[in-house]
Design a protein. Structure first.
Length: 180
């Protein structure tokens, strides 16, 4: 066994990424404090060909060296928009026919492995603040909540880890179709 070289990985250029057929998923970051978390979500969004990221409230915006440290250039490939509030982002996405789901532990939340989404549908997922989670005022605007099942004592994950898990699961059908 040997590691693949960068040339063998078939990396896209920024222009090729911009032209690629994206997954119809928008990530909404609601008052994220950590620039490293923001950068990680950019990098994960690049990996899974996510349509865009909405940076809301006091979520840091590129360019910034601490975002770049974890994004490794993904701020150049992944489209992003800034909104003063996550509510403004959600209202605009709803007007554009996106289904809105918060990643949050709530009454009636859908466990991630049971979440049924068709890749032809437009979907926005809200990732909340590192301490407070998704703002409770946003929940009535959502079509539902997705919960990542957990077995341990803490029952919480870092936002960048949660985003990676959720985006992988949402994009899994596309990977499965590539293997056939």
């Amino acid at each position: 066994m040997r590691k693949l070289s960068m040339d063998e990985l078939g990396r896209r250029s920024v222009e090729e990424f911009k032209q690629a057929d994206k997954n119809k998923i928008v990530v909404v970051l609601d008052n994220i404090r950590s620039m490293h978390n923001v950068g990680s979500v950019f990098r994960t969004s690049d990996a899974f060909l996510i349509e865009a990221i909405c940076l809301c409230g006091y979520t840091p915006q590129p360019p910034h060296r601490d975002i770049h440290k974890t994004a490794l250039g993904a701020t150049e490939s992944v489209d992003w928009l800034y909104y003063e509030s996550a509510k403004a982002a959600v209202e605009e996405l709803k007007a554009r026919d996106y289904k809105i789901y918060a990643v949050e532990q709530t009454e009636g939340s859908i466990s991630l492995e049971k979440f049924n989404w068709q890749p032809s549908e437009k979907l926005a997922v809200i990732m909340g603040n590192e301490v407070e989670g998704v703002d409770a005022d946003l929940l009535p605007l959502c079509d539902g909540c997705i919960e990542i099942p957990q077995l341990g004592m803490k029952h919480s994950l870092n936002i960048s880890v949660a985003a990676g898990i959720v985006l992988w699961k949402l994009c899994e059908p596309r990977f499965a179709s590539m293997i056939k």
